[in-house]
Write a protein that binds this ligand. Structure first.
Ligand code: FE
Ligand code: ZN
Ligand code: FE
Ligand code: FE
Length: 165
């Protein structure tokens, strides 16, 4: 397909982030399973529920566009999650693994923050005001998740990982 307009680029990027969110939904339960810290497990589990709502928002956007969300694989998210999976397979101390899981999860959040920021800006330019609201809501949630992970790392999890011999 020829991408000859910002509108087409917008739809392509929406499909990309739809694929990213779907991949995240698959990966989060595996991260929860391997995490030891109770607060970290809770934060990841909460973000999984939030991610389901984010997919719903994207579904609404695709409905309003009369387009299918399918047909694209986010290779960047595939790569980020592949790296995360490598970490889960290492012989690694549980406290240190928790620190690593936070790092992997923050890479995912930062990718989403970049992507939703771009999408929100495209939606503004295209006059899709309802989309702007939905995308901004998701962007805020990704930012909150990132801050929560930083707070967990700095308050306990990195400190406990440092205490390991
Ligand atoms: Fe998300
Ligand atoms: Zn992508
Ligand atoms: Fe990259
Ligand atoms: Fe997220």
């Amino acid at each position: 397909m020829e991408i000859d307009s910002l509108r087409k680029l917008y739809v392509e990027d929406l499909k990309d982030v739809y694929s990213a969110e779907k991949q995240i939904l698959q990966a989060l339960p595996k991260m929860v399973k391997k995490a030891s810290n109770q607060q970290l497990r809770k934060a990841l589990e909460e973000h999984r529920l939030i991610t389901e709502k984010q997919v719903d928002r994207l579904d609404r956007i695709f409905e309003s566009l009369g387009k299918s969300p399918r047909g694209k694989k986010c290779k960047a998210m595939e790569g980020l999650l592949e790296e995360g999976k490598e970490l889960l397979q290492e012989d690694i101390d549980p406290e240190v693994l928790d620190a690593g899981i936070i790092g992997a999860a923050q890479k995912v959040e930062h990718y989403e923050i970049a992507t939703y920021g771009t999408l929100r800006t495209y939606a503004e330019l295209l006059g899709e005001n309802e989309h702007v609201k939905l995308l901004q809501q998701t962007l805020n949630e990704e930012g909150d998740a990132d801050k929560k992970l930083t707070q967990l790392a700095e308050s306990t999890i990195n400190v406990e990982a440092m205490a390991e011999a």
